[in-house]
Design a protein around this ligand. Structure first.
Ligand code: HEM
Length: 534
């Protein structure tokens, strides 16, 4: 038995307080003075009455707190993101590599940002990157719109599902081993001859223009690389007077500039805005041009098909003939595979060589040192892979180019297909993974005087080349660059052949322009250099 307060109003006079009260279980309402004693009873009763409700609320709060604290997993830290657009508003379209590097300085070597709605994990330390890229949970590529338009899920670069990627990765790796483009390949001589011949053609081209030629070398370097790549892929190289090749390379550059950081990838609603719709159309049209040109090359390759040839197209068509066109070995897959290999090899190697030429022109003492070493070691004979061990300074120079002008500055992204842990931190399923190679190669904790072009940093006390564990231009793990050795062979033969016959200088008093455009790869600005016959 007790009292219920109906209006809860404790107003009153000195004798007590007025309130409306009702005896429990009674319907009639009393109104009168309630003295202090009665109040205490009423309040005791009130508390007792509400006890189960209070208890329930407390239990619910405890359960909620427990539920949230139960997710005791630690996630990579990161900055505050705006709704819908995330951190995109703070990334400079031209230099996202620098903005992302700054965040690494603040939040550490692994951090999270949102790009649009996409949870993105950025990794800016080599050791950590290797740990992450070794995991099977990050073998996939992210489903970005521009990637889908450029690569789809066929070919190799963005190939998925897993069984298909594994099959095609093995197919390409076996092919590269057969032609001599892997570390363990035994029969390298045919490929070496092809690459050397192409480098000699570069020299001839330069010499044929005169003793001292002012030239933007992009086109000639493009010819050097694509002759090699086309011969490997199609069995024939294109005709030198065709402009098709140049158009193809410049179109690939154009899409590369738009590919990764494009707002199109992260703001799905942006596609409906006029500015982005236009961008999407330009991208689509450029891709159509590329595919049209590629089609011509593929048709030539198909019409020359022979089971006895060793080109990639012949090897693929042989496999297709053996299996009948199936889920993997079919015409669409062949076209995309050729596109991927062509784009991945030319885009990267051509720009690496262009950067190399710019640095050699600016740093004459490095150029002379590389040349002196070449003349001393080779003694006039053509260079081959066997000489590499004795060409430490040249290798160090190529490594320093890969560091100071990281060709794939934001790395080639991966995608987490499941939750996983690294260094006690959880990376969530569906996260985009950015291997921030630029920051890894420009980390002040790792590299001394990092802005300086200094091949010496890759030499030991005896002047021998030593690998540096923080130099990762090809990334790491099972999906790392499949063409690493081919790229190294092309770089090596180019430097070894060309530097013995040609001296590279800056154009008059014009300093070399080391600024860049940051797309999927790091593009140097077009500029002329002086090539002097030796
Ligand atoms: C300096 C030259 C090159 C650089 C810096 C470079 C860099 C890279 C990087 C960073 C990746 C991403 C790897 C990953 O996801 O972990 C990659 C993938 C790839 N690279 Fe290269 N690359 C170069 C030359 C080449 C060449 C010459 C080829 C020709 C065979 C090639 C073919 C590929 C292919 C097909 C992939 C995709 C592999 C896959 O997804 O399984 N690259 N490259």
């Amino acid at each position: 038995m007790g009292w219920e307060i109906l209006n809860g109003n404790k107003e009153g006079n000195e004798q007590g307080e007025w309130t409306y009260v009702r005896a429990r279980g009674e319907s009639s309402i009393d109104y009168g003075i309630v003295n202090e004693e009665a109040w205490e009873e009423i309040e005791r009763f009130e508390v007792g009455e509400k006890m189960p409700v209070i208890m329930l609320i407390v239990v619910v709060i405890i359960v909620i707190c427990f539920y949230f604290s139960f997710d005791s997993r630690k996630y990579p830290p990161g900055p505050w993101n705006l709704p819908l657009i995330g951190y995109l508003y703070k990334l400079d379209k031209k230099t996202p590599n620098l903005d992302l590097m700054q965040l690494a300085q603040k939040y550490g070597p692994i951090y999270t940002i949102k790009l649009g709605l996409t949870n993105t994990v950025v990794i800016a330390e080599a050791k950590l990157l290797k740990k992450v890229l070794l995991k099977d949970q990050v073998l996939a590529r992210p489903p970005l719109l521009t990637f889908q338009m450029m690569f789809g899920e066929k070919g190799l670069t963005c190939c998925w599902p897993l069984h298909m990627w594994k099959n095609q990765r093995k197919f390409v790796a076996d092919f590269l081993r057969t032609v001599g483009a892997t570390k363990t390949a035994t029969n390298k001589s045919t490929l070496e001859q092809l690459i050397r011949k192409s480098a000699e053609n570069f020299v001839q081209d330069i010499h044929s223009r005169g003793d001292r030629t002012l030239l933007d070398p992009s086109e000639a370097v493009g010819n050097y690389v694509s002759t090699i790549v086309h011969t490997l892929l199609l069995g024939t190289s294109f005709s030198r007077d065709e402009n098709t090749q140049i158009d193809l390379s410049s179109n690939i550059d154009d899409v590369s500039k738009m590919t990764f950081c494009s707002r199109l990838n992260f703001l799905p609603f942006a596609q409906f805005l006029p500015q982005y719709r236009k961008m999407k159309n330009v991208f689509k049209q450029t891709m159509e041009k590329i595919r049209h040109t590629q089609e011509k090359f593929v048709n030539t390759g198909v019409s020359n098909f022979s089971k006895n040839n060793t080109s990639l197209i012949d090897t693929f068509l042989t496999e297709m003939a053996r299996n009948g066109s199936d889920e993997i070995y079919n015409a669409e897959q062949l076209k995309q595979l050729l596109f991927d290999l062509f784009a991945a090899s030319t885009e990267t190697t051509v720009h690496s060589i262009r950067w190399l030429l710019l640095y050699l022109a600016r740093y004459q003492e490095v150029q002379s040192k590389v040349r002196r070493e070449l003349l001393q070691v080779l003694q006039g004979k053509p260079p081959d892979t066997g000489d590499l061990a004795k060409l430490g300074y040249m290798k160090a120079t190529i490594a320093e180019i890969a560091r100071i002008r990281t060709l794939v500055p934001l790395g080639f992204p991966r995608y987490a297909t499941e939750d996983f842990c690294v260094d006690n931190m959880t990376i969530k399923k569906d996260s985009l993974i950015i291997p921030l190679l630029w920051a890894i190669h420009m980390d002040p904790k790792v590299w001394e005087k990092l802005e300086e072009f200094s091949p010496d940093r890759f030499l030991d006390g005896e002047g021998k080349f030593c690998k540096h564990e923080s130099l990762v231009p090809f990334q790491a793990g099972k999906r790392m660059c499949v063409g690493k050795h081919l790229a190294n062979m092309m770089m090596f033969q180019f430097v070894a052949t060309v530097l013995q016959k040609v001296k590279i200088e800056c154009c008059g008093s014009d300093p070399v322009d080391f600024s860049y455009e940051c797309g999927l790869s790091l593009l140097p600005k077009p500029q002329k250099l002086v090539f002097v016959k030796i």
